[in-house]
Design a protein around this ligand. Structure first.
Ligand code: AMP
Length: 425
């Protein structure tokens, strides 16, 4: 039997441990900003600091077992493989990448879902990120949206949850994923539901703009994985609808985006309530100074894995055409573009401002184009309606601000939306 299976194989053996998970106290851990040092925590020349774990019950986070075929790879083969898949790594004792799902030795309940999804091989980020994450160490992942990064952190999360004591009444989640937008949070939860189903792991999504009731009920029933946007999660914490005392696996997804959106104070507040020896996985598409600074404070002796170039933002699978036009030419250019590409498929137009979004949509509609808009000033009900009209092809043109961009761009990558237009500023 795989060592991952302990939780599901003999639940009773966890009953005693459940009662003394020991994360007592009600107010959390004070600051879990792990160091105020200005030196890099992921500089491999620097020894890791000692964390203050007084009163905290140890938990299992290292599930890594190297398969014999991975162990047999020479250093040269490893380097060639990384080069071929554009993988760059940093950190101490970096594990070798895995070339196949079989090498990962995931438990059966995870393998079943991978087979069902029809995946052939791990993506680059998975091949290097999985062994790193399963070692229980902190991880910085720089990878594009569409690279398979969600499963790069979710499958190890599922293994992690299955090895922890069951939730007791009043316990909060074991895995917390912070995401910048509701759209991204929902997509993450869809993957969590799909891949967590066979081991009966429950997850919920906590985001603003919708009634709290159903979210509160989910939290109170007990869920192992919570995927949340920062503002609504703080709301839930302050109203004591959940707590973070059981969180041992923390993911910050699209950290660059969260900082762009001004979530840094909320992120700090949330992270300060999580035990300092948690495993933290920090994901970003880009690596600007502010993102690096936050990583230094939240992460402990991390690995870093970069797929492609560090400043890569766009997915290479998408061909991009850039037209530079003057303000006065923009609308005519857009209409010309629509006339050329409008063939019944869906077209997404990103804009800089909500006002611009509304104005262009109005103008397009007046000119007979089936357009609707989606942005942060619209109510959640309207956003849902617009998205469903667009999805059903009833309104094949949708204009959006970039707040919605990442979540929507994801839909293009999975082939759900065939076209992305150029931004109209
Ligand atoms: P993400 O980068 O996490 O947004 O993933 C983009 C899409 O790739 C999602 O639809 C995933 O289900 C899919 N995906 C994840 N891993 C693999 C894989 N190993 N092979 C094929 N598709 C995958």
């Amino acid at each position: 039997m795989s060592r991952y299976d302990s939780r599901s194989s003999d639940p009773s053996s966890y009953r005693d441990r459940r009662s003394d998970t020991g994360f007592g106290g009600s107010s959390g851990y004070g600051s879990s900003v792990r160091s105020s040092s200005s030196k890099s925590e992921h500089n491999s020349a620097e020894p890791p600091r000692k964390l203050d774990l007084d009163g905290l019950t140890p938990f299992e986070k290292n599930f890594f077992v190297e398969s014999s075929s991975v162990a047999a790879m020479s250093q040269r083969e490893v380097e060639e493989y990384r080069q071929q898949r554009e993988i760059t790594v940093e950190g101490r004792d970096v594990p070798k990448p895995v070339k196949s799902f079989r090498d990962m030795g995931f438990p059966d309940y995870v393998m079943q879902e991978i087979t069902k999804a029809g995946f052939v091989e791990p993506t680059a980020i998975q091949s290097q990120g999985w062994p790193m994450a399963l070692k229980g160490r902190d991880l910085i992942g720089i990878a594009e949206t569409g690279s398979g990064k969600t499963l790069a952190y979710l499958l190890p999360a599922i293994v992690h949850v299955n090895a922890q004591p069951f939730l007791a009444p009043g316990d909060g989640p074991i895995v917390l994923v912070l995401a910048p937008t509701r759209e991204l949070a929902v997509q993450i939860q869809q993957e969590a539901t799909k891949f967590g189903a066979s081991s009966r792991i429950k997850s919920t999504c906590i985001y603003g703009g919708v009634p709290k009731g159903p979210q509160v009920r989910d939290l109170q029933k007990g869920v192992e994985i919570v995927i949340a946007t920062p503002g609504r999660l703080i709301d839930m914490l302050e109203s004591h609808n959940t707590n973070l005392r059981r969180v041992t696996y923390l993911v910050l997804d699209e950290a660059d985006r969260m900082l762009d959106m001004g979530f840094e104070p909320q992120i700090r507040k949330i992270v300060s309530q999580i035990r300092p020896d948690r495993q933290t996985l920090y994901w970003s598409a880009t690596w600007p100074k502010e993102v690096e600074q936050l990583a230094r404070q939240f992460l402990y002796n991390p690995y870093k894995v970069i797929i492609g170039s560090q400043d890569l933002k766009a997915n290479h699978a998408i061909r991009q055409h850039v037209d530079i036009v003057s303000e006065s030419q923009k609308y005519n250019k857009l209409v010309k573009l629509l006339e050329d590409i409008m063939d019944g498929s869906r077209i997404l137009i990103f804009m800089d401002t909500k006002k611009g979004c509304d104005q262009i949509t109005r103008q397009l509609r007046m000119d007979g184009w089936p357009a609707l808009s989606i942005h942060g000033d619209k109510s959640q009900a309207e956003r849902d309606w617009v998205l469903s009209e667009f999805k059903a092809g009833k309104s094949p043109i949708m204009t959006a601000t970039d707040v919605a961009a990442r979540g929507l761009a994801f839909l293009c990558l999975i082939g759900w939306l065939p076209h992305i237009s150029q931004p109209v500023q």
